[in-house]
Structures are given as structure tokens and as C-alpha cells.
Design a protein around this ligand. Structure first.
Ligand code: COA
Length: 165
């Protein structure tokens, strides 16, 4: 299995977020953000997501490859965790996202806050749907999902039981 570690988002990770803010990475999540939006996102990640956590994905040689995390949301009247991830193009296709998502599932599971983790990749995003499947999520089916705020996208609703061992 690909060897990665996840490191809680820190002050020094703004540059990583800037590098992830490119068309190839944000094609399915509303496109690149402005410098101000990226900085605001970094401040949110650094200050700590209430009842959640963002991480930098770090390769064994210490190089940062992407971001991953979980945060609370209400889905169908139930409190759940939503998960999201992104890997820099030069590190894609070698299992980095799958390994990082597995590690993040373990962290959310250890926290013990909510039973279900969900992810909502666009139906047009085969790599991200593959990550869900490989990380052990169950496909519930397509839904209309609002992201970014005000915009509806056709997504797959994937779910993983954090209470299961
Ligand atoms: C989604 C993303 C994080 C995957 O990162 P990654 O490190 O390349 O993922 P992995 O290597 O762990 O797995 C990718 C899987 O997608 C598969 N895949 C890639 N392109 C594919 C395609 N066109 N059709 C089907 N499967 C595809 C790969 O074969 C691999 O599965 P396999 O190991 O079974 O072969 C990366 O593509 C990315 O950052 N995309 C942009 C951001 C994004 O869309 N984030 C998700 C928002 S929900």
C-alpha cells in the first residue's frame, strides 16, 4: 500500500493550498479560487474546523502531495461527517489519495463523534469515485449536491460506517 502520512493543517501550509488552487485540481469543485478565497480557506483550516480536521498529505520523503479532511454537516436531517481530498497532478495515479483517505477515516473513527462519513464526488469525476470505492465507502446513488454554494452539481453519495470495525 502507498505510504503517506497526514499532518494536521498548519501555518506553513498556505503554499500547498496555493499550489492545489489550479484548474486541473479544482475542475470538479467550482474552479480556481481568488487569492483572497485561498487565504480565507487557509485561515479556516489552520484555526481548526469545529468537530473536524484538515490535513496535509505528506509523502515519506517529507514532500507535500495534497490535502484531505473531514468536517461536520447535516445530511438528510442527520449529523454526519463530510470528507474531501485533492492531490497535486504530479503525484496522482499512485494511490496517494486512497491511502490518505483511509488514514483520515481512521482519525474520524478514533474521534468517535458521528457514525457516518459521506463523500459527494461529481458523477463526472472517475478518479474521486474510485477513491471512495477503494477506501471502503458504499455507493448510495446520485444526488443533486450544492457546491459551491448556490450551484447544483450531480454527485454520487458515498457513505462509510465509522462505527464498524
Ligand atoms: C481525486 C484525486 C484526489 C485522486 O488522487 P490519486 O492520488 O490520483 O488517487 P489514487 O491513485 O488513490 O486512485 C485513483 C484511482 O482513480 C482511477 N482513475 C483515474 N482516472 C480514471 C478514469 N478516467 N476512469 C476511471 N478510473 C480512473 C485510478 O485508476 C485509480 O484507481 P486504481 O488504483 O483502482 O487504478 C485526484 O484525481 C484529484 O486531486 N483530483 C482533483 C480534485 C478532486 O476532484 N477532488 C475530489 C473532489 S470530490
Amino acid at each position: 500500500m502507498t505510504d503517506v502520512r497526514i499532518a494536521p493543517w498548519g501555518e506553513d501550509d498556505l503554499e500547498l493550498l496555493r499550489r492545489l488552487n489550479q484548474p486541473a485540481v479544482r475542475a470538479h469543485t467550482g474552479g480556481p479560487e481568488t487569492d483572497e478565497q485561498v487565504f480565507a480557506r487557509h485561515v479556516r483550516y489552520t484555526g481548526g474546523v469545529a468537530d473536524g480536521q484538515m490535513y496535509a498529505i505528506v509523502l515519506p520523503d517529507g514532500v507535500q502531495a495534497g490535502s484531505v479532511g473531514y468536517w461536520p454537516r447535516v445530511w438528510r436531517d442527520e449529523p454526519v461527517y463530510e470528507m474531501g481530498w485533492a492531490v497535486l497532478p504530479e503525484f496522482q495515479g499512485r494511490g496517494v489519495a486512497t491511502a490518505a483517505v483511509r488514514a483520515t477515516v481512521d482519525a474520524a473513527r478514533a474521534r468517535g463523534g458521528r457514525r457516518w462519513a459521506h463523500a459527494y464526488p461529481s458523477v463526472d469525476n472517475p478518479p474521486s469515485n474510485a477513491v471512495c470505492r477503494k477506501a471502503g465507502f458504499e455507493l448510495l446513488g446520485p444526488v443533486d449536491f450544492e457546491y459551491p454554494p448556490g450551484q447544483l452539481m450531480r454527485s454520487n453519495d458515498w457513505r462509510l460506517d465509522l462505527s464498524a470495525r
